[in-house]
Write a protein that binds this ligand. Structure first.
Ligand code: GTP
Ligand code: MG
Length: 303
């Protein structure tokens, strides 16, 4: 006779999934915002200006269902005429060639579809992997939605979300897990690095530079952000609680430098204080940020 204990079914743990997901779309559709919302903390800087993301960002998401390694790409520019845009576009095109398990193609229903969208769609069409169409910014008026409707026939999976307001992110995440395999060597590799931070391809120095760059994108007028980058020269832990950071904003011309500094140095002070607060929040430390502006017409070449 079987004991009662033997008769009881031992519950089996649900199969965990792991895999890689490529985020692709035009600039400004909300790819980085989506990644931040899903992960629950800021890993990628965002701004209302196109081409905020300049290099592919890899970040890990984990829950009881498994692990996803996301690659957030810089938005593909329709007309990449200047050096920087060309560099950014070619980085994205290289990333698109990496082997991934799922592709998320994101569009912005509040913006007109034009030839740029056609360019991205052409790239997406060539990727032979499960694809999810994500229509973002549903919190805004669906002014141009009819222009994107035809895409629904092309994609097996379509989701309407608001990355900014955290709407419908859960069903989309469920679908991603459903489409992922049980094992993926790339994910295993990243796990073996035991990341303490969800960011996988950026050190804290680069991340701090990104936070400063974001403030320039948010705080400066139209073309200025595209003439700038941020570099970190020194990070010194003065005391266990206080960190000293020496950083520079580089811009291509003296007239932009003057604008970033502002009258009586007001603008750079404002940008610096804004960045300092966020770095302090991200690191949990008191920060002394020594931020200056420099003209360097060649920074794009080093990019
Ligand atoms: N209203 C609204 N705005 C959004 C939503 N998602 C993103 N945004 C805004 O759209 C702008 C662009 O967002 P990003 O996440 O930087 O866009 P991106 O696709 O990463 O852009 P690039 O890095 O330039 O390719 C920001 O101002 C976001 O706040 C959304 O769901 N609703
Ligand atoms: Mg981005």
């Amino acid at each position: 006779m079987k004991s009662e204990r033997q008769d009881k079914k031992i519950p089996t743990a649900p199969i965990k999934k792991e895999g890689t997901v490529l985020l692709i779309g035009r600039p400004n559709v909300g790819k980085s915002t989506f990644l931040n919302t899903l992960i629950g903390r800021k890993v990628a800087i965002t701004s209302p200006k196109p081409q905020t993301t300049r290099s592919p960002i890899k970040a890990m998401y984990e829950d009881e269902r498994g692990t996803i390694v996301f690659t957030d790409t810089p938005g593909i520019f329709g007309k990449a005429e200047d050096k920087l845009s060309k560099k950014i576009n070619s980085k994205t095109l290289l990333t698109v060639k990496e082997n991934v398990d799922v592709v998320i193609y994101m569009v912005d229903q509040s913006r007109k579809r034009d030839f740029e969208e056609g360019k991205v769609l052409g790239i997406v069409r060539k990727i032979d992997k499960p694809k999810i169409l994500v229509i973002n910014k549903v919190d805004l008026e669906a002014k141009f939605l009819p222009q994107y409707k035809f895409l629904e026939d092309e994609f097996d999976h379509v989701f309407y979300i608001s990355a900014l307001q955290d709407k419908h992110i859960k069903p989309l995440t469920d679908k991603i897990f459903e489409l992922l395999p049980e094992k993926n060597d790339t994910v295993e590799y990243y796990k073996s690095l035991k990341p303490v931070y969800p960011l996988l391809n950026m050190d804290s120095r680069t991340f701090i530079a990104e936070l400063i760059r974001e403030k320039v994108f948010l705080g400066m007028g139209e073309e200025i952000p595209y003439t700038t980058t941020a570099v970190i020269d020194e990070i010194i832990e003065r005391t266990p609680k206080l960190t000293y950071i020496k950083a520079r904003i580089l811009t291509t011309e003296d007239r932009y430098k003057r604008m970033i500094i502002g009258s009586k140095g007001r603008k750079i002070k404002e940008l610096g204080s804004w960045a300092r607060k966020e770095i302090a929040l991200a690191t949990g430390k008191k920060i002394y940020l020594d931020l200056t502006v420099e003209t360097d017409p060649h920074w794009v070449e080093m990019y």
